[in-house]
Design a protein around this ligand. Structure first.
Ligand SMILES: *[C@@H]1O[C@H](CO)[C@@H](O)[C@H](O)[C@H]1NC(C)=O
Ligand SMILES: *[C@@H]1O[C@H](CO)[C@@H](O)[C@H](O)[C@H]1NC(C)=O
Ligand SMILES: *[C@@H]1O[C@H](CO)[C@@H](O)[C@H](O)[C@H]1NC(C)=O
Ligand SMILES: *[C@@H]1O[C@H](CO)[C@@H](O)[C@H](O)[C@H]1NC(C)=O
Ligand SMILES: *[C@@H]1O[C@H](CO)[C@@H](O)[C@H](O)[C@H]1NC(C)=O
Ligand SMILES: *[C@@H]1O[C@H](CO)[C@@H](O)[C@H](O)[C@H]1NC(C)=O
Length: 527
């Protein structure tokens, strides 16, 4: 991580400090919905910026407790800028009293031979050793509440263990291990247990419906929603779509019919592989991203237009940088999430799992924390997420007519270099309020200072400056993220960044066709 100790890192740390001050507002529940927004009791928007915290694997203990004290993990989640956790649980925790009440943490770890992990629990969380699993689950929720972190309780599957495949016996209502009546019973119980626990703001009713038997006809979600609401009218009810929660298309012409109002949220998952394994590397990235923007609208985004909140409750990629498809997807996805100003939960906070798919100590490549559950895994990745953490619009959010010019690859925005070098442009924190406007005529202008217009007096490879002469900037490619103009020698150039993050003009690249080409350094999302 030494390479990341730079000026930007310092700015970023400053930003973290500031944002943690801004975010240290007491949690205001219960929450409800107002059109596509989630709002508090005064009608003010509350944006969910969550991390998934798995607690549904075989030991049925929230992950990480053999590495760090519970309270430290809760604090770390907050420190990274998340205001909420999607906490996963297996249905058995509610419908099997022996598991919930009669199995302690010690017994659960011993049962799977996790002696090393159990030692870690003795070191970091000695008070939970002899506590039954359900009470540990409650303690985790409380610890999050003590740190002002909201919780979405997510019924991830039925039997404890890693999720999900088409072959699972509990993939869809009616599958051998998925009895809809028991599911409803379990949901009711969970909703009741957390009835007066203020930081529990929502329940996602069933994760990733899928499997060979799944059809929209048998989507029982409405029954589950009614049951949860009757047991606990405070929580938001969050419903998953079909096909591993990548498809809500069927709701377009058949809206969810519930007896209650202002509590319904739909959830959607989106990973690189959701778009088809191998697809991101076998297409031109710019064309494919534009195609995927349209697909996301069709499969879920339309709900925002219909006036329902959409919760992107799982996304993420390998943070070690080596996953070509994941890297391509991530810039495209972030541009979309920023523009839609969507509520979300990243997969996952996990550093390492106790026991996953038969193996001990499995590292989570997508995880926000290192294997020690203490250090941030990848600051660049976190910085990219930090752009979508604060709300940009919605009820009660100070309406900002200004635009940001967001560079998804870095998680930074186009800003003036400094008050002294007011005509020079670089990348800087998106929190810096740079009052950009983008006119219909296609000029990019910043308020304040004498030189305020993006001007085209430059040539290939040279920096792009602010000046008095406005240049017409066109969004020439399918994604609309290439910002192009004519340079002094008459050639078409695009905004780009050099290795020092200065904004420069380069030949437009990867507009279409070539599948080996990476456009993301030239992607700028105006939002
Ligand atoms: C709603 O949120 C706003 C902004 O954070 C806050 O000022 C207000 O007190 C909150 N209302 C309630 C009822 O919590
Ligand atoms: C829990 O264990 C006690 C003592 O072993 C036993 O009497 C009781 O029936 C068990 N309860 C459940 C729900 O398994
Ligand atoms: C309930 O949980 C216990 C402890 O994990 C387990 O031994 C038992 O098989 C479970 N019962 C059912 C019906 O799944
Ligand atoms: C699909 O349904 C059939 C008939 O109800 C059942 O036998 C089968 O096990 C189900 N498939 C899965 C994967 O659950
Ligand atoms: C919605 O559900 C109610 C109660 O279950 C039912 O009476 C009504 O016909 C349903 N409406 C639609 C449009 O399906
Ligand atoms: C961190 O993530 C960025 C992109 O998000 C990637 O380019 C970089 O290689 C990663 N760094 C490490 C050390 O894994």
């Amino acid at each position: 991580m030494t390479e990341t100790i730079s000026c930007l890192t310092l700015l970023y740390l400053l930003f973290l400090l500031l944002s943690s001050i801004v975010l240290t507002l007491a949690i205001d529940y219960p929450l409800s919905t107002d059109s596509r927004w989630i709002v508090n009791e005064s009608g003010h928007r509350v944006k969910l910026a969550c991390a998934n915290w798995p607690s549904h694997l075989k030991p049925v203990v929230a992950e990480g407790l053999s590495s760090q004290p519970m309270d430290s993990i809760s604090k770390k989640i907050r420190e990274m800028g998340f205001n909420c956790v999607r906490l996963t649980w297996p249905l058995e925790l509610m419908i099997n009293d022996t598991l919930a009440l009669n199995v302690t943490v010690k017994q659960s770890f011993e049962r799977y031979g996790l002696d090393h992990e159990l030692k870690g629990i003795y070191t970091h969380n000695p008070s939970i050793i002899n506590i039954p699993l359900i009470n540990v689950f409650q303690m985790v929720v409380k610890s999050l509440g003590n740190n002002d972190v909201m919780v979405i309780l997510d019924n991830h599957k039925t039997v404890p263990g890693w999720c999900c495949s088409n072959d699972d016996p509990d993939a869809f209502f009616g599958d051998p291990k998925f009895d809809p009546d028991l599911w409803i019973l379990g949901l009711k119980k969970m909703a009741t247990i957390f009835m007066n626990v203020n930081n529990v703001v929502g329940m996602s009713l069933r994760n990733e419906l899928r499997g060979y038997n799944h059809t929209s006809k048998d989507w029982y979600m409405q029954k589950g929603a009614e049951a949860v609401h009757a047991s606990n009218p405070n929580v938001l009810v969050i419903l998953s779509g079909l096909a591993f929660d990548a498809d809500l298309t069927f709701l377009r012409d058949r809206p969810v019919n519930l007896s209650f109002k202002k509590k319904l949220v739909l959830e959607l998952h989106w990973y690189a592989f959701t778009d088809g394994v191998g697809q991101w590397k076998s297409h031109n990235v710019n064309d494919f991203c534009s195609h995927i923007f349209a697909k996301e609208r069709r499969t879920g985004g339309f709900l925002l237009e219909q006036g329902f909140p959409l919760f992107l409750s799982e996304f993420g990629t390998d943070q070690r940088g080596g996953d070509l498809e994941g890297n391509r997807y991530m810039s495209c996805m972030l541009a979309w999430a920023a523009e839609k100003d969507i509520d979300w939960a990243v997969w996952a906070v996990t550093g390492v799992y106790y026991f996953r798919e038969g193996k001990r100590g499995v590292v989570e490549a997508y995880g926000m924390l290192d294997a020690n559950w203490h250090d941030v895994h990848n600051y660049t990745y976190l910085r990219r997420l930090s752009v979508i953490q604060p709300p940009h619009k919605g009820p009660g959010i100070k309406h900002n007519y200004h635009k940001k010019i967001f560079h998804p690859l870095t998680g930074l925005c186009v800003v003036r270099k400094s008050p002294i070098h007011e005509s020079e442009l670089t990348l800087g924190p998106c929190t810096k309020d740079e009052p950009w406007s983008y006119s219909r005529g296609g000029t990019l202008e910043i308020q304040g200072g004498q030189r305020s217009c993006l001007e085209g007096e430059t040539s290939v490879g040279k920096s792009v400056k602010l000046g008095e002469k406005c240049t017409r900037i066109k969004q020439i490619s399918a994604t609309k993220m290439h910002l192009s103009f004519k340079s002094t020698d008459g050639s078409l150039v695009c905004l780009d960044v050099d290795s020092d993050n200065n904004v420069v003009a380069n030949r437009c690249k990867c507009l279409t066709g070539d599948i080996t080409c990476e456009p993301a350094s030239q992607w700028f999302k105006i939002f």
